[in-house]
Design a binder for this molecule. Sequence first.
Ligand code: ADP
Ligand code: MG
Length: 547
Amino acid sequence: MTIRVLPPEVADAIAAGEVIERPASVVKELIENSLDAGARRISIELRGAGRTLIRVADDGRGIPREELALAFRRHATSKVQRLADLAAISTLGFRGEALASIAAVAEVECRSGGGRILIRTGAVLEDGAGPPAPGTLTEVRDLFVNTPARLKFMKTDATETASAVHLIRAYAVLHPGVRWELRIDGRTSLATSGDGDRRRALGAVYGSSVEAALVEIEAEGVSGAISQSHLHRGNRDAIVLAVNGRPIASRSLQYALEEAYLGSLERGRYPVAALDLAVDPDQVDVNVHPAKREVRFRDERAVFATLQRTVRAALAGSRPAVISIEAALRVEAPPLRQLAVRAPVPQLAAATAEPAAAEMPLRPLGQVLDGYLVAEGPEGLVLVDQHAAHERILYNRFLARLRGAPAVSQPLLIGMVVEVEPAQAAAAADHRTELCNLGFDLEEFGHRSVRVLAAPIELPAGRVEAALLELLEVLAGGRADDRVERVAAAAACHSAVRFGDPLDLSEQRRLLEELEREPNAQTCPHGRPTRLFLSVEELRRHFRRNY
Ligand code: ADP
Ligand code: MG
């Protein structure tokens, strides 16, 4: 098909948006173009985290020389012509916007079909003959040279590079028939053979130990590979889900995959997976998200069920019995047990004789004056500030997670979009690991908002936004020495029961039991006391009961 400018009614029907947000967006658009052009070899080079140079070379069918300038016009595409084409898109690109958007914010040189064009911030500087080499070579230099604000809010080089690498890895495992090469500042960072073997491609991307632990899936339109349950990771970075070769972000499919591992993976641990779902193009709408990251299925439940069924079947076929029993036992352990550190610490009651917590149950008697719990122990009476106590428990727990204990998070049924300052958005990207360790699953959503896909299980739904904003504030703040502690304290403060929240007796008992187990339980993270103890002796003295 030749390249044409889309008629307005088609252009208007396309989900518009800012496609070029960061270097990874450029990489994504260029490799999608190479794949659409039928390339079998795609070489990518990044310099200066993509700000200095992004270079993509392919051996695809190329752009005819006379169409080269047209390719850089807005809404010029060879992939879609009529409105009806949008209903069944089989290519990765379809908007005809990417090259124009990139050339608007950088210097772009493109050689293809015997031609060469040089465009700087939207202006064509040269358009003439080029080398008669096959394929297409595109170089993007000085990204965001004319948009200083965008440049200013780019994250650290490491973060920007990581985000591009993450993306390239996803395409590499989804398209094992393509020979991928990635060089970062002159060093080869990824090389696949392109022999079509997905398992080998996964090995090339994630390492040979991963390759050995994979089970392949090829059923009901789901193809790819997943890790057996003994191989897992602390985050979702090695999970690639795709529809018709296009990596997508889908809460629900992610959940389907994780659910299939239920009972064999501890909470907070995630598989390695690369799964591509073949879905009829007219059963899926890819025209819903500006960066084409999300899709909408006509029958989402069917897709969900298919994914889950095929993954379960593959796992059932692969899992040696001993591993599943072991794993089942691990999962049954209450999360608190995994986290609570039993240390020789002051117990709730008398400081002298310190019997083990289990031998010294506190009997909750009720809640008084809005937020104090009253309890009786063998040595006396205890008043507990419910907020301070819960804060201490959660603080210790969050701190343990930030230092590597498994997180327990709860997916939000509908992702929550939270508006943030650019500095906070940058903090969200730069501190992904910490936030993930706490139990947050966040996704960038434009440069002024983030989307919350999951939150720590302790955090009430109504407080997610406030908590996140404060956490990002803390993370964006300069001082690093006590950052972990301050993050844990902020998360604990927002998650804890409030003074005034009614608690029934069983909730009171649980809170008291947990408090008894905690180290440093005498005070809340801010140093305020959690409880007041009235010993039997003091009461006797006070009431002059001398027996
Ligand atoms: P889209 O991919 O949505 O069509 P782009 O702006 O990304 O829009 O590209 C415009 C057109 O340029 C494409 O439709 C395609 O015809 C051509 N093109 C871009 N990159 C390549 C490439 N690497 N190989 C062959 N053709 C390409
Ligand atoms: Mg494109």
